[in-house]
Design a binder for this molecule. Structure first.
Ligand code: FES
Length: 274
């Protein structure tokens, strides 16, 4: 059993939990994920490690309460327990030590996953611009944490209610056209967002890493649920990723695979890596 040490509502329906998991915290690295099961009859579902503290022996998850399992997880109180937490799973993010300047882009809840990537790059001595996109100002999360993890935080809102008015791609394009030279762009969020960021950066020849979020079941390469096409080859997000070269990913194929779950929305949302 894994004890919930802290629970915080970050925004409507978006919850942060700090979990007592010393063995996982000891090995966790940015870009990796966990598979959770809340109770005996619960399904297994993946969540990205949003943060970890090796000394305190804790890992942090941030999730939207969208399906049955995440809604149930959201009902567990501080001091409550989660039945199983497996991890860390997936390949840890790897960045070239020669990187000097990076743009880390998060879309909505993707900011929770982008945050550890920004921290990782900062710890490497990289200058980090973070571009965080939200539909509207009411659902902005982690503003203080993103400010601390970057040298320059640009918040965008689709409706212009806060910060830069427009999409993350608009803000990124403006940065590039203003003369900022990025060695790498990291984009994490909805698949269409990652697709269009990758399309833009390809025009400018900027290396781009995306964190793919297909449906995952076992998280160990056995079920095939997280299959993707990358560079014309079949890859499994759980063991080959979730980070991939954004210029190589078949985003349309990934979206087609997700559309197979239309009508099973609640389960699909919970079983996708967040
Ligand atoms: Fe089953 Fe990746 S989650 S193969």
């Amino acid at each position: 059993m894994y004890k919930i040490l802290k629970k915080e509502e970050l925004a409507n329906n978006i919850t942060k939990m700090v979990i007592d998991a010393p063995l996982i915290a000891k090995k966790a690295q940015s870009g990796q994920f966990l598979v959770l099961r809340t109770h005996e009859k619960g399904e297994r579902f993946p969540l990205t490690i949003a943060d970890f503290d090796r000394e305190a022996g804790t890992v942090t998850i941030i999730f939207a309460q969208i399906g049955k399992s995440t809604q149930y997880l959201g009902t567990l109180p501080e001091g409550g327990e989660i039945l199983d937490v497996v991890g860390p799973l997936g390949v840890a993010s790897h960045f070239d030590p020669s990187i000097k300047k990076a743009a880390v882009i998060g879309g909505g809840l993707g900011c929770a996953i982008a945050l550890p990537q920004a921290k990782h790059l900062k710890q490497m001595g990289v200058s980090v611009d973070m571009i965080a996109g939200f539909k509207t100002k009411d659902i902005i999360i982690l503003e203080e944490e993103m400010t601390n993890a970057s040298d320059n935080l640009i918040i965008t809102t689709d409706d212009g209610s806060f910060g830069f008015s427009g999409f993350v791609t608009d803000a990124l394009k403006k940065q590039i056209e203003d003369g900022v030279k990025y060695d790498v762009v990291v984009a994490i969020g909805p698949i269409p967002m990652m697709k269009f960021v990758s399309k833009l950066t390809k025009e400018y020849g900027i290396k781009t890493i995306v964190s793919m979020n297909p449906v995952m079941i076992d998280g160990t390469g056995m079920c095939g649920g997280c299959r993707l096409t990358v560079g014309g080859k079949t890859k499994f997000a759980c063991i080959d990723g979730p980070d991939f070269d954004g210029h190589e990913v078949d985003f349309d194929g990934a979206m087609r695979r997700l559309s197979m779950y239309d009508g099973l929305k609640e389960r699909e949302e919970d079983c996708r890596l967040i």
